[in-house]
Design a binder for this molecule. Sequence first.
Ligand code: SAH
Ligand code: AVI
Length: 338
Amino acid sequence: MTPVTRTGDIRIESFLSDTDERSLANDVLDGLTRPFKEIPPKHFYDARGSELFERICELPEYYPTRAERAILLARADSIVRRTGAGELVELGSGSAEKARILLGAMSRAGTLRRYVPLDVSESALEAAAQELVEEFDELEVHGVVGDFERHLGHVPAPDGVGRVDGVGGARIIALLGGTIGNFLPGTRRRLLREIGRLLGPRDRLLLGTDLVKNPAVIEAAYDDAEGVTAEFNRNVLHVINRELGADFSPEAFEHIAFFDRRHEWIEMRLRSQRPCTVLVGDLGLRVDFAAGEELRTEISAKFTRPRVEEDFHAAGLELDTWYTDPDELFALSLAARA
Ligand code: SAH
Ligand code: AVI
């Protein structure tokens, strides 16, 4: 049975069970037994990882959040006017700071009805839902605790469909923050295609993408002077220790971030500073690391407009409007089903 909690205007459904939570066990078994070790980035986001990500967003070096926020502040009213949307579905919603700007524009336009955040981080989702219903009287929140690679089918049907006045029928489905860049190109296009299947004729995808720029600027954003990103990176080892009874010594792993010019993405890795053997108790798994061996924990792809358009085309979508900030650091695309 799906656990559902309901208080006032908030309903939250959880599709992550204790046993398959974030499919961490499968990813650890697959990712740590390969010649090139890798763990997907969704496992950063337990409560501590979500808090560290919030701190990253405030760092002077981490420009994407400020740039995307600036675009939203300048364009939210026109995005809402253009779509007529009264419902926002946000995939990987986190603290919902950016949703607040779009919901504010829907409220000003008189269309605001419902916010549907979907995130693997239950703590971040609950806190955001509570804050938003306090801020917007007319708002209903239907939260989905789940993995957008597996649980898109649990996004509720559009609210207001079938109403005679048609109000609130159109939705914006948002994937912000550059999260799409955290997927390898094939998975990225598959995910875009699956998101596209949720779009009705009046719905629009709102996609945030970080743009290609001077690699030094990008590398600084992923290797800040205060070391918050390094802690965020090592947090995945704390998650594996706690959830799977492993014995990683996170401090023995060095944070690495470098821009790969050929692929135009930044990679984060954890480099073992000495040879070590890690036991993953719950899996009965022994993993050897040589001195200097690296574990890839994230890629974060940087885009150009033609690359976004190619990805949309491959996923059965088409670009409707392209918005950037004055320094062209980041872009927001509004897209429809082709
Ligand atoms: N959209 C916010 C947060 C970005 S951080 C912003 O722009 O600031 C990425 C968010 O996506 C985190 O909250 C993380 O918990 C969530 N996330 C990452 N992978 C996910 C997945 N596979 N399914 C659902 N949520 C995911
Ligand atoms: C969530 N995601 C888009 C962030 C990014 O920039 O790729 C995660 C992050 N990793 C390091 N800093 C922030």
